[in-house]
Design a protein around this ligand. Structure first.
Ligand code: NAP
Length: 364
C-alpha cells in the first residue's frame, strides 16, 4: 500500500456511497445518524438495531436526543443487524460489545466494510485500530486480516472514547520528545454509558470511581497500539507505561483527562505547547471532510478546557488541551478534553471511513 500521507486529496464525489448504521437507536448510533444524514461522501440509506426496534420506523423507536430529526431518516425502517437484510457496502457499527463480535464478523464475511466502535476486535493483531492523524499507515493490516480470515469485507476499529483523547494529546509529545510514562485520571460524561445509561439518582451530585467493561485497561493498552509502529508481526506497541484511573461524572458530553507525563527528552511547558499546537497530524494533506484543522487546540485560559464550553470544538472533532505545566514528579501535567460520542466514537469512525475512501480502499 502507498504511504497515506502522500495520497492526493480525494476529489469531491459526484455520487455518495450508500452506508448503514448498526445500533442506530443508541447514543453513538444517533450521533452517526446526525453526522451522516448530510455527509458529502456518504449517503445514509439503512439503519439497524435489535429485534426490539426492527420493523418499526426509525423515528418511532429512536429516543432521539439530537435536535430535529430529518423526516427522511425518521421514516427509514429499522432492519435487524443481519447482513442478509442490509445492502450497504459500508456499515458503521455502534453495537454493544456483547453483540458486536458475531454481528460485525458476519458483515465482514459478507463482504462489507465494518467501521466498529466496539472493543471486541481493537487489539487483534490483524485489525487496524486507527486514528488517521496518528497512524494511517496501520491500514496495511487489512491485507493480513483478509488473508488470514478469508473475509472479502473487513473490520476497522476506532478506540475507546477516553483513549482517543489520551492518544491524541500524547501523539505530538511522543513524536517530539518520546513519552515514557503516563498517569491518567479521567472524568467521563454520562453519555459515554449509552442510553439510558447511568441512573440519574446514581450520578446527579455524585462521582462514581468505576466504569465497567475494562475502561482502565482499554486506555492502558489501546494507546500503546495507536502510538505503536508497524512491524513484521503487526504493530509493536509504543514502549511506554500508562496507569489509568477512570471516573464517571455528572457531565452530559465530553470526557476530560488529567495526565502527568514523563518524557525521554525533557521539554518545558512552552516547548510542549509548541509541539502540540503546531502538530498537523498525518492526514492534513488529504482534506478529509471530518478532519479538524488543527486536530488539537491549546487553550491558555487557566480554567479551561471545560466540557460545557469546549467539547464542541471543531464540531466535536478537536481535542482541547490546557493547563500544560511542569509536574513536580514527572515532567509535565496537562488536561485534555474530547467529545465522547463524536471524536470518541461516531466521528472517529466516519473519519476512518473517509481515510479508506481517500486511499481508494472504499467506494472506488
Ligand atoms: N457512548 C459513548 O460515548 C461511546 C464511545 C465510544 C465507544 N462506544 C461504544 O459504542 C457502542 C455503542 O454504545 P452506545 O453508548 O451507543 O450504547 P447504547 O446507547 O446502549 O446503544 C446500543 C445500540 O445497540 C443496539 N442493540 C442492543 N442489543 C442488540 C442486539 N442484540 N442486536 C442488535 N442490536 C442491539 C441497540 O438497539 P435497541 O435500541 O433496539 O435496543 C442500540 O441501538 C458500544 O460498543 C460502546 O462501548 C460508546
Amino acid at each position: 500500500m502507498n504511504d497515506p500521507s502522500s495520497a492526493p486529496p480525494a476529489a469531491t464525489r459526484r455520487t455518495r456511497i450508500p452506508v448503514a448504521v448498526l445500533g442506530a437507536t443508541g447514543a453513538v448510533g444517533q450521533t452517526f445518524v446526525g453526522l451522516l444524514h448530510d455527509h458529502p461522501w456518504f449517503e445514509l440509506v439503512e439503519v439497524a438495531a435489535s429485534d426490539r426496534s426492527a420493523g418499526h420506523a426509525y423515528g418511532e423507536v429512536a429516543h432521539w436526543l439530537g435536535g430535529e430529526l430529518p423526516a427522511r431518516i425518521a421514516a427509514l425502517p429499522v432492519a435487524p443487524c443481519d447482513p442478509a437484510r442490509i445492502d450497504a457496502p459500508i456499515v458503521f457499527s455502534a453495537l454493544d460489545a456483547a453483540v458486536a463480535g458475531d454481528v460485525e464478523a458476519a458483515f465482514a464475511r459478507a463482504g462489507r466494510f465494518v467501521l466498529s466502535n466496539a472493543r471486541n476486535y481493537r487489539l487483534d493483531a490483524d485489525v487496524p485500530l486507527l486514528i488517521p492523524e496518528i497512524n494511517p499507515e496501520h491500514v496495511v493490516l487489512l491485507d493480513r486480516q483478509r488473508a488470514r480470515r478469508g473475509w472479502t469485507g473487513a473490520i476497522v476499529t476506532n478506540s475507546n472514547c477516553s483513549t482517543m483523547v489520551v492518544a491524541l494529546a500524547l501523539a505530538p509529545l511522543h513524536q517530539a520528545f518520546g513519552v515514557s510514562q503516563v498517569f491518567v485520571t479521567t472524568l467521563q460524561a454520562v453519555s459515554g454509558a449509552g442510553y439510558p445509561g447511568v441512573p440519574s439518582l446514581d450520578i446527579l451530585g455524585n462521582v462514581i470511581p468505576y466504569i465497567g467493561g475494562g475502561e482502565e485497561e482499554k486506555i492502558e493498552t489501546e494507546t500503546l497500539k495507536l502510538l505503536g509502529t508497524l512491524s513484521a508481526g503487526g504493530v509493536t506497541p509504543a514502549p511506554m507505561r500508562i496507569s489509568a484511573q477512570v471516573t464517571r461524572v455528572p457531565v452530559e458530553h465530553g470526557h476530560t483527562v488529567c495526565m502527568a507525563v514523563a518524557l525521554e527528552r525533557s521539554a518545558d511547558p512552552d516547548a510542549a505547547i509548541d509541539a502540540i499546537e503546531h502538530w498537523p497530524g498525518a492526514v492534513a494533506a488529504l482534506a478529509l471532510p471530518s478532519a479538524p484543522t488543527p486536530p488539537i487546540v491549546v487553550t491558555r485560559q487557566i480554567d479551561r478546557p471545560q466540557p460545557r464550553r469546549d467539547a464542541g470544538a471543531g464540531r466535536g472533532m478537536q481535542v482541547v488541551v490546557g493547563r500544560v505545566r511542569r509536574d513536580p514528579i514527572l515532567d509535565l501535567r496537562l488536561v485534555a478534553l474530547g467529545h465522547n460520542t463524536i471524536r470518541g466514537a461516531a466521528g472517529a469512525s466516519v473519519l476512518n471511513a473517509e481515510l479508506l475512501v481517500a486511499r481508494g480502499l472504499l467506494g472506488s
